[in-house]
Design a protein around this ligand. Structure first.
Ligand SMILES: Cc1cc2nc3c(=O)[nH]c(=O)nc-3n(C[C@H](O)[C@H](O)[C@H](O)COP(=O)(O)O)c2cc1C
Ligand SMILES: [Mn+2]
Length: 532
């Protein structure tokens, strides 16, 4: 039973005892962030932070919070930390274990070509199920309850400032909808938006993301019809295409790119916007797959885009192709402020919203936080997809303190010399996994979910000079240590047992394990020993 909308989801959280309603007045500037930070880290109370890992169901996690008395915004409500525990992440995707989502993906990938009539008949339920994934456009929906074409302002919403040195207020959980001008396909990505004034925000799609590529496609098209674009933007184009020339700053093109933003959607849609799917797979389809019911879309008022019909708030507008503006700093999920940089600017042309809209948001900062649980869900769901191209992978772990792009631990079934290095290169070639700063490859007998075991075995097994591989390439925009923004080095550690065919001719010692007979003997006598 899919959630109809954010309100249906909030009601489900409430029924499950996962929601705390807060009537005390709170300030959207810093105060909500401080409260939420403490609640996110409630999972660490009484435990060292390193003992806490999203993905472990036994970790409870503090509740989702619905603030109902916001300073300066009478009547407004703010939802935060909706995904901030393993249980809520499962509840949001309507599963008991995230592996169930992975299993459903595997079923669809497992389809063999039908051998006869009976095989074809067996496929029918699956085909019928697939029909449910595709979004459908409806004539209107709750997001159109209030349409503000002239008298709109972002000041109307209780948008948070999260950290003291943030450049201002940021919309942190927006589903940003764009269209590929070439294929007409839509993309939904979660890219934060800094509020510059009541009608203008930043558009923080990092250059390797799909929204940024749609923007570059528009720039390319503009360049082809002789429109001039500034050098900085042109460099972005040049980075991805041959031909054309770098143009001088100060030339003003006329191009615009339409953008729509949905805030406060049902959990499947919100989650789909962060999923690192291949560029051509529309997130509305992913959301339909996750909720097993089509996403209903409505047309925007002022731009040619479709948005979820039941969203709480829709922002419509455009990005001017020539315009870049300083964005940030912003307290980010690395635990540090991401530095100022130039990004496109979003100009609003219309706001539509439900009556008494609920503003849905999140904060990021030092892990563990809400986004850690979302990241763990991505890790579990993507494992079967990674295995499609890297079949030797047994399991992966992206520890939350590794902030997704800094550390991936991979266990493999090793069958030939040099395979660990092949796996590193394969991971670095996979979509957003390209950013992984450090990849640790271990044999299949290592439980990658157990950091203690990983530390013991990895460090025992490596000869660092021999086993560490450096690689230059794209790095995450949030990396503050790389030699250049977005470009730097990455490291792979081959911590698998080395074979003689890899030039290792010394004997390899046995791991210490007690024999079964003695273990059984001690099991029997354990009580009698009176130790516990
Ligand atoms: C809370 C949250 C905030 C995020 N903010 C940004 C952001 O500001 N810029 C960005 O490029 N990616 C951001 N991401 C990551 C993207 O949403 C993610 O890479 C997604 O796959 C992008 O979609 P795309 O592949 O369609 O471009 C954020 C993720 C989360 C969970
Ligand atoms: Mn996408």
């Amino acid at each position: 039973m899919a959630y109809d909308d954010l309100r249906d989801w909030i009601a489900a959280l409430d029924r499950a005892g996962e929601l705390k309603k807060i009537r005390t007045e709170v300030d959207p500037i810093l105060e909500i962030a401080e409260i939420t930070d403490r609640v996110s880290k409630k999972i660490t109370w009484g435990q060292p932070p390193s003992a806490v890992r999203p993905g472990e169901a036994r970790q409870p996690g503090g509740p989702a919070l619905l603030f109902q008395n916001i300073k300066g915004h009478p009547g407004a409500q703010v939802l935060i930390n909706q995904f901030g525990s393993a249980r809520r992440m499962n509840l949001g995707l309507e599963v008991d274990k995230l592996d169930q989502v992975a299993d459903r993906i595997r079923q669809f990938m497992d389809v063999k070509s039908p051998q006869g009539f009976l095989d074809k008949v067996k496929m029918l339920p699956m085909l019928a199920e697939m029909g449910k994934f595709f979004p459908k456009t409806v004539s209107t929906g709750p997001c159109k309850e209030v349409i503000r074409r002239d008298n709109f302002s972002l000041d109307y919403f209780p948008i948070l400032q999260c950290w003291p040195k943030d450049a201002g207020r940021f919309i942190t959980l927006p589903c940003v909808v764009t269209r590929d001008p070439k294929t007409g396909k839509r993309n939904v990505g979660m890219y934060r938006m800094q509020v510059y004034d009541p009608h203008t925000t930043g558009m923080h799609w990092q250059r390797q993301k799909v929204g940024a590529e749609h923007y570059r496609e528009q720039l390319r098209a503009a360049a082809n019809v002789g429109v001039r674009v500034p050098a900085r933007a042109a460099v972005d184009i040049m980075a991805r295409s041959s031909g054309g020339s770098v143009l001088a700053d100060g030339d003003r093109p006329t191009g615009k790119m339409e953008v729509a933003v949905a805030i406060g959607t049902d959990p499947a849609i919100t989650f789909s916007a962060i999923v690192p799917a291949p560029p051509d797979v529309e997130e509305y389809l992913i959301a339909g797959f996750l909720r097993q019911k089509p996403v209903e879309l409505v047309k925007c008022e002022t731009v040619d885009l479709e948005v979820p019909a039941t969203a709480e708030i829709i922002l419509e507008g455009h990005v001017n192709l020539e315009e870049l503006r300083t964005e940030g700093p912003f307290g980010d999920h690395t635990g540090y402020y991401s530095l100022e940089d130039l990004y496109p600017v979003f100009h609003l042309t219309c706001i539509t919203h439900r009556k008494d809209p609920i503003y849905s948001t999140t904060i990021v900062g030092k892990p563990p936080m809400e986004d850690g649980w979302m990241g763990k869900a991505v890790e579990r769901i993507f494992l079967p997809l990674m295995r499609l191209t890297i079949p030797e992978i047994v399991d992966i772990n992206l520890p939350v303190e590794g902030v997704f792009h800094n550390l991936m631990i991979v266990s493999i079934r090793k069958s030939y010399p040099g395979q660990a290095r092949k796996v590193m290169n394969a991971v670095w070639s996979l979509g957003q996994a390209m950013f992984t700063k450090c990849i640790l490859v271990v044999d299949e007998d290592v439980n990658v979910q157990d950091i203690g075991e990983v530390t013991l075995k990895v460090l025992n097994h490596i000869d660092p000079e021999r086993d560490i591989q450096f690689m230059l390439g794209p790095v995450d925009s949030l990396d503050h240590a790389s030699r250049l923004p977005n470009y730097g080095s990455k490291m792979g550690i081959d911590a698998t047992r080395k074979w003689s065919s890899e030039g290792f001719t010394r004997p390899w010692p046995d791991e210490i394990l007690m024999d079964e007979k003695t273990k059984a003997l001690v099991d029997r006598k354990w009580k009698e020993l009176g130790i516990e």
